[in-house]
Design a protein around this ligand. Structure first.
Ligand code: ZN
Length: 313
């Protein structure tokens, strides 16, 4: 067995030990207070809270189901969060198949039959999730290329592309107008102002990434596929379908990194992993955090683009 493989296997076993059974039950800071007539709009993740607040201003109180630092693919709302939704007027789902929503929406509709549920993904074409690293030799390997490889499901991280966010904003806007028609003109003005900010961000990111088209970046958790598609980049995931990679998968990523001279492994802020560090060690590179769930969408995405620019190859 090659030394590389031995080292990888060692890291792999440690990472399994470190990552098992350490998911904290997080308490939400967004417990709903009984302050009377506040119109409550619930969302699943922090970037959506930003989108709703940008359009609605102080007219609504936004509650976020997935607290900061929690994982939207595994987080389960607490009973008090679910009870709180009985007072909500509207729930803006991401709608793209995030686990928190697929397991919770029926329950929510039962608890609050009057709740208006809007789907932010309406009008967005969902992309397929990358299911394996694109190592050249393995690309057409008959043993690897089973049908299952191409049935990896759809990528739920629609909000990482500013183009998609404009569609999400329109869906949110229409929902807000339905629950609060009196303020339609304010909402329209706010939405257009935020779209102008997004356009500016988009231009800034295109400048940051200019000349890097068709470059690849390696990311532990593949949250950036829509961003990659939108800006003409290639996302190479380490994690496969939400699972730690096998030693063989890790070796594929290392081979691809070495081949393309990639020196950065991106990880989600707060979710660094031993296997990401192991790969970074193997390629003589570093682990860099980027956050797909930051609330401050515009500043964060500009920062992410700058980080990617340095890690692209
Ligand atoms: Zn994710």
């Amino acid at each position: 067995m090659k030394k590389t493989m031995m080292v990888l296997m060692m890291f792999f076993s440690i990472s399994v030990i470190l990552t098992s059974g350490c998911v904290d039950e997080q308490s939400s800071s967004d417990t709903i207070s009984d302050t009377g007539d506040d119109m409550i709009v619930a969302v699943s993740i922090l970037p959506q809270a930003e989108f709703v607040e940008k359009i609605a201003g102080d007219n609504v109180k936004v509650v976020v189901m997935v607290p900061p630092g929690a994982d939207p693919h595994s987080y389960e709302p607490t009973p008090s969060q679910l009870r709180g939704l009985s007072k909500a007027k509207m729930y803006a789902m991401v709608g793209s198949g995030l686990a928190i929503e697929t397991t919770m929406m029926d329950k929510i509709a039962d608890l609050n039959p009057g709740l208006m549920i809007i789907d932010c993904s309406e009008g967005i074409a969902l992309r397929e999730m990358e299911t394996h690293a694109h190592g050249d030799e393995d690309e057409h390997d008959a043993e690897e290329e089973t049908d299952a490889d191409h049935e990896g499901g759809l990528d739920p991280h629609i909000w990482t592309s500013p183009g998609n966010v404009k569609i999400m904003l329109n869906n949110i806007y229409e929902g807000l107008v339905e629950i609060d028609p009196e303020n339609e003109s304010i909402y329209l003005e706010n939405k257009n102002a935020y779209i102008a900010e997004l356009d500016e961000l988009d231009g800034q990111i295109k400048t940051t990434l200019s000349g890097k088209e068709s470059s690849s970046f390696i990311v532990y958790h593949p949250a950036w596929g829509y961003f990659a598609d939108y800006y003409g980049l290639i996302e190479v995931p380490v994690e496969i379908e939400g699972k730690e990679p096998s030693v063989k998968d890790m070796q594929k990523v290392i081979d691809e990194a070495n081949e393309k001279n990639i020196k950065v492994i991106f990880v989600q802020t707060g979710f660094s992993t031993v296997s990401a560090s192991a790969i970074a060690n193997e390629i003589g590179g570093e682990v860099v955090e980027v956050d797909p769930l930051a609330k401050d969408y515009i500043d964060n995405l500009a920062k992410v683009a700058e980080a990617f620019e340095k890690g692209l190859a």
